[in-house]
Write a protein that binds this ligand. Structure first.
Ligand SMILES: Cc1cn([C@H]2C[C@H](O)[C@@H](COP(=O)(O)OP(=O)(O)O[C@H]3O[C@@H](C)C(=O)[C@@H](O)[C@H]3O)O2)c(=O)[nH]c1=O
Length: 182
């Protein structure tokens, strides 16, 4: 397993070993001991799966009282994954991290608690999967505005992104709740 630390404390890029043969390939997408050895100690309690088509933008989401660490990866297609650090005492507070995740590059991103998370779909179809360290809690969910100029995120848009109503009316950083004690 290949582990790459980022400049954002706790945000880790993971690539499992891919075993290819004439039938295709095999890889482990989570293995408790190996991921713990890589510094991912969370207990995951929920697995999620979404399907999206080109031009869809989901996010930027976080739960404020029941924050979720996430282990995210793409099973089909390609996305630009974006995480914004909302941990007040973090050296990268308010900054965004971007990474292309695809079925082809086999990368996963471990997003620790304290980040808002979202992605933009780059391919015709995307199958996206992720593990979460806490349960979905809709009343606790917050949406950070994807195009808040203060975030300076360079989304590689090919037109107007397709958004949910919730995401269209997200709040800019200066009006958003942040993680005061992280
Ligand atoms: C996230 C989630 C949604 N839902 C329901 C609520 C709603 O009716 C429907 C669609 O929800 P959403 O519009 O929030 O789905 P979506 O925009 O895909 O939300 C996800 O976005 C990415 C970027 C994340 O980081 C995830 O944590 C999650 O917030 O699914 C659940 O039942 N459980 C869940 O865990």
């Amino acid at each position: 397993m290949d582990i790459q630390q980022t400049d954002f404390p706790g945000l880790i890029i993971v690539k499992s070993q891919v075993f290819s043969d004439e039938r295709g390939f095999f890889k482990e997408t989570y293995q408790k001991q190996r991921y713990q050895d890589a510094g991912i100690n969370e207990t995951f309690v929920q697995d999620n799966y979404s399907h999206s088509t080109a031009g869809i933008l989901r996010g930027l989401h976080y739960q404020i009282k029941r924050p979720q660490a996430k282990l995210v990866f793409v099973v089909q297609g390609e996305i630009l994954d974006v995480c914004v650090d909302l941990r007040k005492s973090s050296p990268t507070f308010g900054k965004s991290f971007q990474l292309k995740l695809s079925a082809e590059n086999h990368q996963q991103l471990f997003v620790p608690v304290g980040f808002a998370h979202g992605f933009y779909v780059l391919s015709p179809q995307v199958e996206f999967m992720y593990k979460c360290s806490d349960y979905y809690s809709p009343e606790d969910e917050r949406t950070l505005l994807w195009n808040d100029p203060a975030l300076g995120i360079d989304w590689p848009l090919t037109g107007e992104p397709i958004l949910s109503e919730k995401d269209r009316i997200g709040l800019p950083l200066y009006e958003s709740e942040i993680f005061e004690s992280l």
